[in-house]
Write a protein that binds this ligand. Structure first.
Ligand SMILES: C[S@@+](CC[C@H](N)C(=O)[O-])C[C@H]1O[C@@H](n2cnc3c(N)ncnc32)[C@H](O)[C@@H]1O
Length: 343
């Protein structure tokens, strides 16, 4: 098999050459498009420094190897695919990992039989089938990193699948990505509560075609009860959406730490993205499409986004861009006010 070595972040990774061309037909799965998410997850890991981490559904082992460079601790690489594990082992060795274990296992079995401080779930599609097992693996406290390429279900293209996997009604509209992220977080919180765990979202976002979530978990029935109070429904376009997480999906102090780290390392694009996430904290649910606002003025013409935001703020409202959509505006100003200001 032809092999290729690539560099991602601080690690070098060996993988079959076809990994770079045909993601789903290759012997081992590696998706270059998710590098941005791995950069942010790695930055987050460097702040958290957990002692034992399972890189579940590890593929080439890229996540565990990148995390190790930030904080050399104990790593488990778990996958069902023996070819993936062969490369994960080679990559762990060549990147200097000393305390690691290669586990050919179903993630649900592995997580249900090990105790961990940090779990990374990176499945094909929905993570919903693995979340219970992650909670089984935590002691008193822990960190759960989740990736989901399940946008079709979470964002409303397949509402029945969303109901089956997340017990929630999505809505396929302009702000479907925020609904999707909130449905995913709400589901994690509800599954955690079943095990008497609370969750605190530290970092959550949508990028390209995937969602990424990092939550701190803590075993506490009381805190789990409080968490459940943050879950509920919303209404839009005359439809009920949820159940979903209704509170902030990023933690301000954590995002501040990440921004400082990103800037220290010259990661300007990442810092800019994190600033967008920070701006959304404390803002109302969902966002307007500024083009739609402009079309409702009956005059055509869209004001420059940043000047429009300044104008809204001058009138005493809050307004920010959202990371979910370049045309998305988050504000507490009512729609009629926005139409008036856009004129
Ligand atoms: C999306 S890929 C992981 C990619 C990798 N984490 C990365 O960042 O490049 C999903 C991986 O999960 C593995 N997998 C799928 N179902 C699994 C299961 N139930 N238990 C363990 N591994 C599984 C597949 O073999 C595949 O390597």
């Amino acid at each position: 098999m032809d092999e290729v070595e690539i560099k991602e972040g601080e690690v070098k990774l060996l993988m079959p050459s076809d990994c770079l061309n045909s993601k789903y037909d290759s012997a081992v799965f590696y998706n270059k498009d998710k590098t941005f998410k791995r950069d942010l997850f790695t930055l987050a890991f460097s702040i958290l420094k957990p002692k034992t981490t399972a890189d579940c559904m590890c593929g080439t082992g890229v996540i565990g190897c990148r995390f190790y460079k930030e904080y050399p601790s104990k790593f488990f690489f778990v996958d069902l695919n023996p070819s993936a594990l062969k490369y994960a082992e080679k990559n762990a060795e060549s990147n200097g990992l000393s305390d690691f274990s290669i586990e050919k296992a179903d993630v649900n079995v592995f997580l249900s039989t090990h105790k961990l401080d940090c779990v990374v779930l990176d499945p094909f599609g929905s993570p919903s089938h693995f979340i219970d097992s992650a909670f089984r693996s935590f002691r008193k406290k822990g960190f759960l990193f989740i990736s989901s390429t399940d946008a079709a279900n979470l964002c409303g293209a397949k509402p029945k699948a969303c109901l089956r996997h997340y017990d929630a009604f999505p809505l396929d509209n302009f702000f479907c990505h925020e609904t999707g992220l909130r449905i995913l977080l709400g589901y994690v919180a509800r599954r955690g509560a079943d095990f008497d765990f609370s969750i605190k979202p530290l970092l959550s976002f949508k990028h390209a075609h995937y969602f990424a979530v990092l939550v701190e978990v803590e075993k506490s029935a009381l805190k789990a009860n409080d968490c459940l109070k943050k879950i509920g429904f919303a209404e839009a376009d005359g439809k009920k959406i949820g159940k979903m997480w209704l509170d902030d999906f990023n933690d301000e102090s954590f995002i501040n730490l990440m921004i400082s780290k990103a800037l220290e390392r010259g990661m300007e694009k990442h810092a800019e993205f994190l600033e967008l996430l920070r701006g959304e904290i404390g803002m109302p649910l969902f966002y307007y499409n500024i083009h739609e606002i402009a079309s409702k003025t009956g005059k055509g013409g869209v004001k420059k986004f940043n000047s429009f935001i300044d104008l809204i703020k001058e009138k005493g409202f809050k307004a920010v861009r959202t990371h979910f959509n370049v045309l998305g505006l988050k504000t507490n100003a009512p729609e009629e006010k926005l139409i008036e200001l856009m004129k």
